[in-house]
Design a protein around this ligand. Structure first.
Ligand SMILES: [Zn+2]
Length: 84
């Protein structure tokens, strides 16, 4: 059963976090397609206030590059800063 069905589509309490994927051969910055898709997500009808996009890339089968960006209906996309 999907989360939204289990939680009664109470989007104010349980909502979508985001997406992740890899860019195996290019930068981990969001592509224009990524920006458009994430912007559509946070400005859509499911009341998603913000969403996170994580992009990773494995270089030379050894080093992991990763970036995270926050998309919000209230501001332009920006790099995510994770704090404890
Ligand atoms: Zn991408």
């Amino acid at each position: 059963m999907l989360l939204f069905e289990r939680t009664g589509r109470d989007y104010a309490r349980f909502n979508y976090l985001g997406e992740w994927h890899s860019h195996p051969t290019f930068s981990t910055r969001p592509s224009m397609e990524d920006v458009h898709a994430m912007t559509d997500l946070v400005t859509g009808e499911r009341s998603i206030d913000f969403s996170v996009l994580l992009i990773a890339r494995l270089r030379f089968l050894r080093w992991l590059d990763a970036s995270a960006f926050v998309f919000s209906r209230y501001s332009t996309p920006r790099p995510a800063s994770l704090k404890r």
